[in-house]
Ligand binder design. Sequence first.
Ligand code: C5P
Length: 232
Amino acid sequence: MGKDVIIACDFNSKEETLSFLGRFGERRPFVKIGMELYYAEGPVIVRALKERGHKVFLDLKLHDIPNTVKKAMKVLSDMDIDMCNVHAAGTIDMMKAAIEGLTKEDGSRPLLIAVTQLTSTTQERMESDIMINEPMKKVVAHYADNARAAGLDGVVCSPLESPEVHETCGEGFLTVTPGVRFADDDKGDQARVTTPAKAKELGSDYIVVGRSITKAADPLAAYERCMAEFTD
Ligand code: C5P
């Protein structure tokens, strides 16, 4: 599994997304479809991007009772996606149910990863709002270990936590890391952020980059800069 940059296509229509991706010429970056775009367009957007030759990470962050998640995953498994996710907070049983639902009759399935703690969550907020009082890195490593126990392929975490996750779950366990900014960028609402170069140094397998590419004056140049910093 090679290291790659995934562009978070946080747009609200197919037109806007395709017009944005039109600026990449022949390049076909790995793209992430999140809730905003998926709720606006549905499966049509997945098909459109797959037809154009993109790999697709469908970032719907499922979190419900195991039976509901299993059935929802069964629906997603009929789409030709490459990666999807659930919240690890839904428990090991929920994650096992997700794999069951996602696995096709021939035994194949897209990569399934679990969100640990959102990269917008600070230690203080985690303690005050969700009453988790352990250090962030320990919480993330524990959630990752649950995901590994359930049979998932990896987790979503901050690049800052990639070393702990790999230490706990092994080097082959994927860390997909949002919260990436160039040194000269605004953090926005993200709290636990690093640069692409730092994410590489910390061992992230994939970086998910949204606004630093989508809001750049030259998105292709920003993407190339991410690829150069992260993969070279
Ligand atoms: O614009 P920005 O680079 O902050 O976008 C990050 C993307 O990664 C968003 O689409 C956000 O939903 C997603 N994400 C995240 N933190 C997680 C999981 C997903 O920021 N833990």
